[in-house]
Design a protein around this ligand. Structure first.
Ligand SMILES: [Zn+2]
Length: 346
């Protein structure tokens, strides 16, 4: 098959496009002929590498993918109804399926949890094999690009806001950053729950996107350096109930915007992993910091069902041919995108 892979860590130049052996299907798996893949920031971290990272090189990046089932390899779980020819999207969040956490439907807490494209070869390729429970049949009207672009970010945002954050109708939710994949999903999820959404972003174009997705109040941090104060004033000096902060380095500011008893939700740190903050805000204001990563299988079904109904929409930036994955990652690294950068695998 054709694939994008790397033999050593480094910048975008280590990505190669060429022939790669087809994946070997495990028992209980489905083989998917991918039509679209979507980029995530994790792809760049995996490519750059980190100390102690264990990777079977050459590695194929990519967590998000959608395509057509070409083979189903038995044994297949009871009740499983996927067949060759079905259009599917992949859930890249891989639990073992047998441990206590997986049995309880909390597979993202699995002890042997793995992520497609991180520790296993991923979706920048013509074919991928995944356990049968990891695919969801696409409803009519949801195309491959949109499904690949939406799957991981909505799965992540839904689990964070609904399961971890317990966001309620009438609450104020601040989303820090207006244009990234998880943030554009978080705005839509918070809005669908009946929350009043405030988006902090930089520049009119990104904020206009946030408004189009349901943010009622916009704060341009390039014009409001003291944006926590601006947010605080918006709420009548009460503070917001929930902050979605996936930047990390903005924690000190985010903690300032919260009301007493508020929650800070985080699923990532696009601005950097190390952050110092004033702990007096946390105990003095009775704040909760709630982390999560991806979501459970049931969350995946929930968000894909809602995407199929048109309740949520994928925000698509630009699609590159698979062979141009290097340029696609460059766009993501430069922060030029509005929404998701995808790969087309015809
Ligand atoms: Zn497990």
């Amino acid at each position: 098959m054709k694939a994008v892979f790397f033999n050593q860590h480094g910048g975008p130049e280590v990505l190669q496009y060429g022939d790669f052996p087809d994946p070997t299907p495990d028992p209980g798996s489905v083989t998917v002929r991918l039509q679209a893949a979507a980029l995530n920031r994790m792809d760049i971290w995996v490519r750059n590498g980190w100390p102690g990272q264990k990777l079977d090189l050459p590695h194929i990046p990519g967590a998000d993918g959608a395509g057509v089932v070409t083979a189903v390899t038995p044994p297949i779980p009871p009740g499983f109804q996927i067949a060759p020819g079905d259009r599917v999207v992949i859930n890249s969040n891989l639990g073992c399926g047998t441990c206590d956490a997986c049995q309880a439907g909390r597979d993202n807490l699995c002890r042997d949890w793995r992520l497609l494209g991180e520790s296993l070869r991923g979706t920048y390729a013509e074919y991928a094999c995944v356990p049968a429970r990891q695919v969801y049949r696409l409803p009519d009207g949801l195309d491959f690009q949109a499904a690949a672009a939406a799957a991981l970010v909505f799965h992540t945002a839904w689990h964070s806001l609904v399961r971890r954050g317990q966001v309620q109708a009438g609450e104020w939710v601040l989303v820090v950053g207006a244009s990234g994949g998880v943030n554009t999903a978080s705005i839509q999820v918070a809005r669908s729950l009946g929350a009043t959404v405030v988006a902090v972003g930089s520049g009119a174009e990104k904020l206009a996107l946030a408004a189009s997705l349901g943010a009622r109040h916009l704060v341009d941090r390039s014009r409001e350096p003291d944006w926590p104060k601006a947010v605080f004033n918006l709420t009548g000096r009460r503070g917001v109930d929930v902050v979605v902060d996936n930047v990390g380095t903005t924690f000190p500011s985010s903690l300032r915007t919260l009301r007493k008893g508020g929650r800070l939700l985080t699923v990532g740190n696009t601005g950097g992993a190390q952050v110092a903050f004033d702990n007096r805000f946390v105990f003095g204001k009775h704040l909760s910091i709630l982390g999560s990563s991806m979501g459970a299988l049931a969350d995946f079904d929930e968000v894909l069902t809602r995407l199929g109904r048109g309740e949520f929409k994928a925000v698509l930036d630009r699609a590159y041919p698979l062979a141009e994955a290097r340029q696609a990652q460059g766009r993501l690294e430069a922060g030029e995108q509005l929404g998701k950068v995808t790969l087309s695998i015809p």
